[in-house]
Design a protein around this ligand. Structure first.
Ligand code: NAD
Length: 341
């Protein structure tokens, strides 16, 4: 266990077990150098305790990198609730988790994530102020995530084509959920031609009608011919199989952990595909919950989110000059901020 902690340069790992509420949860605080650690709370079933520990450590570290490059006054942290097979009282479970967060005295601030909902966040906010993004505070991250992805797509287009104009550019979006739908709307306003794919046919139909998008079957998403591919659904979608079939110039989407393994960043680089590192381009939601929690104005949140485009331009330029994958450059830039004295 301590090996893992040292390897990830994690600063704290906390466990809580409470029979009455069925709570079994872990909170990982990777870094508080830039501010209190902020990161979502996952509530999913894990195959083992070890799998949950690995997940929370990896995710907390990712949040530190994301916050550093998003330039928000926040460290990186994450929580997982090991989801019971059957939850007897969901509200009680999340209130118990909220107590756990509260005991850390504000060093960790929680938020919504896979398997948790804004209603769950409402329960947490009954017992601790260290929560951002609930029905109570009205901080919905998804529209801001989509705005940041648009800024990133425009920067990638500028770097690749010499123009950020997206009129008539073909953009393929995988997953038209919270972020993908909002992104489709923004791209439609920019005059882009949209190809969309989702396993939920009702969502496909909605976006097809609303924005004149064309549907692509999920099986053929990655070999679709387009200018820009925007993965906004699942993680690990950029792997040996999909990269071999890609038919695009740019990959820029909101999904977390798009690269199945770190080496896939190099494969994209070698293929001449410009990849916008996921944790950089999808930081708009983090900016929203971070600055929203600090009661900053909507305009300042939008301005910082639009700045994601500028950060990506720096990454693209350095990657070109140093002939390295953009994913490697992003990590180097984050590590310089996090580990410099
Ligand atoms: P969501 O669940 O609302 O949307 C995901 C969509 O992907 C769903 O419509 C789902 O049906 C679809 N999907 C699932 N499998 C698919 C497949 N094989 N092919 C095509 N479509 C598929 O989630 P979201 O909140 O929009 O987040 C999307 C991604 O962005 C996730 O990876 C999330 O971790 C990441 N992200 C989201 C935010 C945010 O603010 N919501 C912030 C940062 C990162």
């Amino acid at each position: 266990m301590f090996d893992k902690i040292e390897q990830a340069r994690l600063s704290e790992l906390h466990f809580k077990s409470d029979d009455a509420s069925q709570l079994q949860a872990i909170i990982a605080i990777h870094s508080t150098k830039l501010g209190p650690a902020l990161g979502g709370c996952r509530c999913i079933e894990y195959s083992s305790d070890e799998a949950a520990i690995n997940d929370v450590i990896r995710l907390a570290r990712g949040m530190s990198y994301k916050a550093a490059l998003a330039k928000v006054p926040q460290g990186g942290g994450k929580a997982v609730i090991l989801k019971p097979k059957q939850i007897h009282d969901r509200a009680a479970l999340f209130r118990a988790f909220g107590q756990f967060v509260n005991e850390l005295g504000g060093r960790y601030i929680t938020a919504v994530d896979s398997g948790s909902t804004l209603d769950d966040m409402d329960q947490i906010s009954k017992v601790t102020p260290y929560i951002s993004g609930s029905n109570v505070d009205g901080l919905d991250p998804s529209p801001m995530t989509a705005l940041g992805v648009l800024a990133g797509i425009k920067s990638a287009a500028f770097h690749r084509y010499g123009s950020a104009d997206l009129a008539n550019r073909i953009v393929a979006i995988q997953g038209v959920g919270n972020v993908g739908f909002a992104l489709a709307e923004l791209l439609h306003k920019e005059g882009a031609r949209l190809l969309i794919s989702d396993v939920d046919n009702a969502k496909v139909e909605h976006v097809r009608r609303a924005f004149g998008a064309e549907a692509v079957t999920p099986d053929h998403f990655f070999d679709t011919e387009c200018d820009i591919l925007a993965p906004c659904g699942l993680g690990a979608v950029l792997n040996d199989n999909t990269i071999a079939t890609l038919n695009c110039d740019i990959i820029a989407g909101s999904a977390n952990n798009q690269l199945a393994e770190a080496r896939h960043g190099k494969l994209l680089h070698d293929k001449g595909i410009l990849y916008a590192p996921d944790y950089v381009i999808n930081a708009g939601g983090l900016i929203k919950v971070s600055l929203g929690h600090l009661h900053r104005s909507e305009q300042s949140i939008k301005t910082k989110t639009w700045g994601i485009g500028q950060t990506l331009l720096q990454i693209f330029e350095r990657a070109k000059v140093e002939n390295l994958p953009t994913s490697v450059i992003a990590d180097q830039m984050a590590e310089q901020i996090l580990y410099s004295k």
